[in-house]
Ligand binder design. Sequence first.
Ligand code: B12
Ligand code: SF4
Ligand code: SF4
Length: 308
Amino acid sequence: MNKLIKQYCMELGFDAAGITTADGVDAEHIEYFKGWLDDGFAAKMSYLHRNIEKRFEPGQLLKGAKSVICVALNYRPAAEEIFDDTPIRIARFGQYEDYHPFIKDRFFQLAEFIKNETGDGIRFKACVDSAPIAERALAQRAGLGFVGRNHMLINPEMGSQFLLGELITTLELEPDEPFEQIPCGDCGRCVRACPTGALSFDGSFDARKCISYLTIEEPDDIPAEYNNKISNRIFGCDECILACPHELRGAARKNKDLKFHPEWQNLTPDQIQNMTEVEFQKIFVNSGFIRLGLDRLKRNCKSSRFSL
Ligand code: B12
Ligand code: SF4
Ligand code: SF4
């Protein structure tokens, strides 16, 4: 059954799939996560303080859960799709249509496929990003990669430009071997590449300083001290990913169904400042920008940042 499921995941356009049990995540992850919250590193992401038990216990999200099917969707653009020196910079994942419904749709197809193979009675819960679930920890346990000093789940063959999703199920499946940690050792490229000092050599990560947090999650004004460090990044940041030597081997995405809009980076800050709500909805339809909203997008395009 595992082989059939993984084959079907590839047919659905995922780039890797692994299976783990629905057992709770190791206590050290819970401790690490709680310590991270206590240190204030989660900034204003209050939702991370809620549902802590669910986050580490897939069985709390689906009664009777036995297994978790973890998938990775490669979003690395091909070399010819990458534009430099654009007026604004958008993190690569943000240049695509919203990946949440995209992965969920494929999970619904996967669930149908499994039901057809096993008979009715099996139940499922599809999780992509927004569910309270420790995605990187489960993906590591399902054999998809290890967590690097940059906090990304890294697969030595793919790098880390991939998105994660989990299909929790009541079906009992043979779990894969967890991915063994590859030590980062003396390498600290991600730490040095981070424009704001959000990452530290000791492995800590402070979301309050992270450009991805400041441009996507921060609800209020962005502290002016970050202006020149954020520069023309208006949605997310990729520096700690691109600096990682594990990125060198990764191939470009195979799945071209996830709509890609690198041309958004040719919008100028002035065009965004003058954009109406109707124009915003039309340009960014079905993308992560809709959740950000036009007001915060304009905030991210403050002229003070572009003149530095
Ligand atoms: C909150 C969040 C953010 C926050 C905080 C980021 C962070 N590092 O925590 C912000 C807004 C800053 C953010 C940014 C980004 N995010 Co984000 N984010 C999430 C979310 C919703 C929760 C992550 C979380 O629980 N953070 C809390 C910290 C403590 O968890 P963690 O760093 O993942 O560490 C866990 C383990 O790795 C482990 N661990 C880590 N270090 C150590 C050390 C020790 C000693 C131990 C024991 C354990 C341990 O313990 C933790 C608990 O299990 C997940 C989706 C999800 N539901 O999981 C996506 C997710 C992690 N994000 C994702 C992405 C793509 C990004 C960005 C690359 C987007 C961008 N280009 O701007 C950046 C990357 C920034 C970075 N270097 O992490 C992907 C990552 C895919 C991958 N290959 O790893 C996810 C999985 C979403 C998805 N479904 O694909 N994100
Ligand atoms: S996403 Fe950017 S700001 Fe955030 S930790 Fe990585 S390099 Fe630093
Ligand atoms: S850049 Fe170096 S230290 Fe950072 S995650 Fe990659 S291997 Fe680890």
